[in-house]
Design a protein around this ligand. Structure first.
Ligand SMILES: *Cc1c(COP(=O)(O)O)cnc(C)c1O
Length: 428
């Protein structure tokens, strides 16, 4: 595969942009090799600037559930652009998208739009703290909630559950208000509530997609709800990735657990920058201008972005998710079969249109388990599949996605390529 233009473009980008990328995972650091610079996308495929085509299992990290360059989204975006790009004043498109989302998330009454998942979560945390008038929050090790200060944390040394900053530039004075618990481990949550009586909220990815793909256990989430009630803390579901991906009606429909606040992003923007957070009337009434908790955005609810989101969300329903799930199952079962054939340890998982795999022999339940998986094997798998024309997430700790453009033939061919790549790398 010739990638000279990407090699040059990467070199040039690195001179003016740190690492040559605007979001670190794109740099391929964890798998090695040169990131492909993309020229265009169409349906199930993306094409790099050297003209190589790849089946796209990332879909811009989730948003493109209808594949690349979807006709309906494109049409509606162009129609919206005809009227102007931005007004900084309310438009009807915001109400339309809000209603469309609330049809699915029936347990919340109101939502507010922002321009990214990071912003949605950051605002949800402020809302929870302001509503409860408490400063501490609980987060789970391995869950990612965007790059805002209180959430960019890792476990401190020793057994302490209070977090320390995971990046320079984040004040420890801030992260001391974040307590860390273990995913799928309810005892570790109880520990947090014993350490602090100032907890405003617990935030979780109910279907985690940022430490690899790890869904929560049902009993665990139900107990999490009970603990939050017992200590009068809010429960926040971060469904920025899993929303309209795992299930059309959110994690609630899978787990029968209602969060107090939900955050969304990715699919609700249809490929444009959109995030949102929502809750019941009482909680949302505390938000400015109705209430005292401040939150704002120059381009929030941008009409072009709303048009893209609406063209996407109005077509997502449970039948659609089910049809994508059949394909996701076929793919992961095929990968598992080929791994077994070549003696490669693998654990696979899928919910709705999301899928993941770890090069590890046992089921993966939390971040500690995820870290035990064979990342060298993943890097070789990733490079091999890329060479064959299949674009998987460039890190073991990410999730794969199926779009409506992915056909059964494409999946059959993907599994054949997996067979070939495992044949090369398994060393058996
Ligand atoms: C992607 C993601 C975010 C951050 O969203 P951005 O749009 O990248 O800021 C937050 N939470 C979860 C669960 C995500 O997957």
């Amino acid at each position: 595969m010739i990638i000279n233009k990407s090699i040059n473009a990467f070199k040039e980008a690195k001179e003016v942009i740190p690492g040559g990328v605007d979001s670190p995972v794109r740099a391929f650091n964890s798998v090695g090799g040169v990131p492909r610079f993309i020229a265009r996308g169409d349906g199930a495929y993306i094409e790099d600037i050297d003209g190589n085509r790849y089946v796209d299992f990332i879909q811009s990290w989730g948003p493109l559930i209808f594949g690349q360059n979807d006709k309906e989204i494109k049409q509606d975006v162009i129609k919206s652009i005809d009227n102007g790009l931005s007004f900084g004043a309310p438009t009807e498109s915001e109400t339309l998208l809000a209603k469309e989302i609330l049809k699915h998330y029936r347990y919340i009454d109101k939502i507010r739009f922002v321009s990214s998942g990071t912003e949605a979560v950051m605002s949800a945390i402020r809302l929870a703290r302001g509503y409860k008038n408490r400063d501490d929050i609980v987060k789970f090790i391995g869950c990612y909630h965007g790059h805002s200060d209180s959430l960019l944390v890792e476990a401190g040394s020793g057994a302490a559950t209070f977090a320390t900053p995971s990046s320079p530039g984040v004040p420890a004075d801030l992260t001391k208000h974040t307590l860390l618990a273990r995913y799928n481990d309810i005892k570790s949550v109880e520990e947090c509530f014993k350490q602090s009586n100032n907890i405003a909220a617990v935030i979780i990815e109910p279907i985690a997609g940022n430490m690899g793909f790890i869904p929560a256990d049902k009993e665990f989430l139900q107990n999490l709800r009970k603990i939050c009630d017992k200590y009068d803390a809010l429960l926040i579901f971060d469904e920025v990735m899993s929303g309209f991906r795992a299930c059309s009606d959110g994690a609630f429909a899978i787990y029968d657990v209602k969060p107090d606040i939900v955050t969304l992003g990715k699919v609700i923007g249809g490929g444009m920058p959109v995030g949102a957070f929502g809750a019941n009337k009482d909680i949302m009434s505390k938000l400015s201008p109705d209430g005292p908790i401040y939150q704002a955005g120059t381009l929030s609810g941008n009409p072009v972005a709303m048009a893209a989101g609406l063209a996407s969300i109005r077509r997502v329903n449970q039948d659609l998710i089910k049809s994508l799930h059949v394909k996701a199952l076929k793919l992961t079962q095929g990968i598992k079969k080929m791994a077994d054939k070549h003696g490669v340890d693998i654990s696979v998982n899928t919910i709705g249109s999301m899928f993941g795999f770890f090069f590890y022999k046992n089921e993966v339940k939390n971040f500690d388990d995820a870290l035990k998986s064979d990342s060298d094997m993943f890097a070789k798998f990733h490079a091999g599949m890329l060479e064959e024309g299949y674009y998987f997430a460039c890190s073991q700790f990410e999730t794969g996605f199926i779009s409506t453009a992915v056909t059964d033939d494409i999946i059959d061919n993907t599994i054949k390529a997996v067979d070939k790549v495992f044949g090369h790398i398994s060393g058996k």
